[in-house]
Design a protein around this ligand. Structure first.
Ligand code: NAD
Length: 380
């Protein structure tokens, strides 16, 4: 079987789906060839030479798509306009990438019409066995880390406190809203950089995780559990949201940086930081809104952009993992390679086993048939 790695064509996308190291692994495991589009890894610092040394065959764009049995990508393929990637896919070929099928129905239909087998990395069930394939967590971890660095770049002082001959510098205070994968990564990074960190989440389980990273878990005086199906957040009552926003109003007057990560799967992001709260922040404060792509947690976020409101910088970048392309490509490559290998247990024999919960959860189309949503597992 031949595996193909195209160069990502989406504007400002710097990641590549696999690294030279995983190229060598696939060849060792019995895949006949790995075709890599010339320049595919350059922006992530993986040179053509490094891919060649790992055993890859460098080819031009159209050959990656037409000559590969299995295509590995980061972003969902484009399916219209001059650069229509789905039309380049070999009929009955297999594609694995981020896809967000529920939001991209037209893409799913297009893949089905080409008879493709396709898998969405974003649909891999978050069960223990599938943690090694969990690219959403890998990218959220990077986004949380990078959020702190971006905030620090736009903040005029140290994050850590210092006593110097020129005077005593107080540590920066950071509020992190939402302590899922990205939020916890932001907490850990901010703590390592010496900031005082406070965090809030609606799920009670988050408290211990926040505290174990050396941050303070702040709470409202209202008992309501935020954990819904599968450990994911559910939408909270109006009373709870009002109570947490009251807490944030007070916090905004005290902290220097706010990083928001609050998301509810399949719903728009809750609006938690109002114009009034921004106005209450100190001049020079920074907000990083990691929920920008889902509409944003902050009223003044401009998705994909850096905005200013009063004297507060509001960062709404939606491509934070791509801004750390070597690291994000390395982790994504490990996730996607292990996922592919899990479907190829007998070396060359790639096979789709729909009784496998991870395969069934992430498969989008099979030989032209649209398969999601996956059935719920039968009760024990
Ligand atoms: P997410 O990105 O969907 O949401 C981020 C956080 O926002 C969540 O912690 C959520 O509780 C919080 N949130 C939602 N509404 C809020 C509000 N109004 N105010 C404050 N916070 C709010 O979440 P995620 O990072 O993908 O992870 C969610 C859960 O899934 C966690 O429990 C995590 O441990 C779990 N998880 C499990 C696995 C696994 O088992 N393999 C992998 C990844 C994540």
């Amino acid at each position: 079987l031949i595996v193909g790695i195209p160069r990502e064509a989406y504007p400002n996308e710097h990641r590549v789906a696999i690294t030279p190291q995983n190229t060598a692994l696939l060849l060792k495991k019995g895949f006949r060839r790995v075709l890599v589009e010339r320049g595919a890894g350059v922006e992530a610092q993986f040179t053509d030479n490094a891919f060649e040394q790992a055993g890859a065959t460098l080819v031009e764009r159209e050959h990656v798509w037409s000559d590969s049995d299995i295509l590995l990508k980061v972003r969902a393929p484009s399916f219209e306009g001059a650069n229509n990637e789905v039309d380049l896919l070999r009929e009955n070929g297999t594609l694995i990438s981020f896809m967000y099928p529920a939001q991209n129905r037209a893409l799913v239909d297009k893949l089905a019409s080409r008879g493709a087998n396709s898998f969405a990395m974003d649909m891999i069930p978050r069960i223990s066995r599938a943690q090694v394939f969990d690219a959403l967590s890998s990218m959220a971890n990077i986004a949380g880390y990078k959020a702190v660095l971006e905030a620090s770049n736009h903040f005029g002082s140290f994050l850590t406190g210092q006593v110097t001959a020129a005077g005593k510098i107080p540590p920066c205070k950071i509020l992190i809203i939402g302590a899922g994968v990205a939020g916890l990564s932001a907490i850990a990074t901010a703590r390592r950089m010496g900031a005082i960190v406070r965090a809030f989440d609606t799920r009670a389980a988050a408290r211990e995780q926040v505290q174990s990273l050396g941050a303070e878990f702040i709470e409202v005086n209202l008992k309501e559990e935020g954990s819904g199906t599968g450990g994911y957040a559910k939408e909270m009552s109006k009373e709870f949201i009002e109570a947490e926003m009251k807490l944030f109003m007070k916090q905004c007057q005290e902290v220097d940086i706010v990083i928001t990560t609050a998301l509810i799967p399949g719903r728009p992001a809750p609006k938690l930081i109002t114009e009034e709260m921004i106005a209450a922040m100190k001049p020079g404060s920074v907000i990083v809104d990691l929920a920008a792509e889902a509409g944003g947690n902050c009223a003044k976020t401009v998705p994909g952009k850096l905005a200013k409101h009063n004297d507060v910088t509001i960062i709404g970048y939606t491509d934070l993992p791509s801004r750390l392309p070597t690291q994000s490509s390395t982790l994504y490559s490990n996730n996607i390679t292990k996922f592919l290998l899990s479907m190829s247990p007998q070396d060359k024999h790639f096979g789709i086993d729909l009784t496998d919960e991870v395969v069934r959860g992430s498969i989008v189309t099979q030989a032209g048939e649209v398969l999601p949503p996956a059935p719920r597992p039968a009760p024990p």
